[in-house]
Design a protein around this ligand. Structure first.
Ligand SMILES: [Zn+2]
Length: 208
């Protein structure tokens, strides 16, 4: 049997340390939040948004799911996006993927997995991810080194989800209203702990 005790003990010691450093640490966030950024990342336990950016409570509005997917038909994701932009008025969105992503690996290997053909939420998401990665999969087939191939696909996934994000209604509404909003696509390296920018956009794409 497991208990909450270790987590509660760490929580109390964290809260105490914070108050010792700054007696107003918790008070400043009690009545409202004004996060500067919306973070869209993978649920992977090794990619904790606040920890790797050194952010404090109140700085990041966070949505995480398997393989940092942006799906227009996903009310959970879309409500977070709408709330962050329309109500919290964040001026920055960070979409963050990471090397070694199990979701991307599962999407690549899907036809060989027991998950394939299963009717479950997980199987549906991984199937959707594989579809989003289809163009990247064709290109990556030419890469011999397996690790390099998966790294390429992780980056291709960030770019694919980024293209969904900048076409999402709440994002377009902000840009069309002339408000400031910068959208970034990044990848996190588990080995170095470094975040790398892959792509950025600050206005609606105009067709050439
Ligand atoms: Zn992941």
């Amino acid at each position: 049997m497991t208990t909450l005790k270790p987590l509660l003990a760490k929580n109390r010691s964290w809260a105490l340390q914070r108050r010792q450093r700054n007696p107003h640490y918790f008070q400043q966030n009690v009545h409202s939040q004004q996060p500067h950024s919306l973070w869209i990342g993978c649920s992977d336990s090794r990619v904790p948004a606040e920890v790797l950016t050194g952010a404090h409570p109140g700085e990041l509005f966070v949505h995480r799911n398997i393989a940092n997917m942006v799906v227009a038909g996903d009310d959970n994701f879309m409500s977070v996006l709408q709330y962050a932009l329309e109500y919290l008025k964040v001026s920055r969105i960070v979409l963050c993927g990471h090397y070694g992503c199990g979701g991307v690996q599962a999407a690549v290997a899907l036809p060989d997995l027991p998950l394939y053909g299963e009717n479950s939420p997980l199987a549906r998401r991984i199937t959707q991810l594989r579809e989003a990665l289809a163009p990247g999969l064709a290109k990556a087939d030419r890469i011999g080194d397996e690790k390099e191939r998966l790294n390429q696909l992780v980056e291709a996934n960030v770019l694919a989800q980024f293209s969904h994000l900048i076409a999402a209604e709440p994002v377009l509404n902000i840009w069309r209203a002339g408000a400031e909003l910068d959208v970034f696509g990044c990848v996190y390296d588990l080995q170095s702990g470094h975040l790398k920018e892959l792509i950025q956009q600050s206005a609606e794409e105009t067709s050439p």
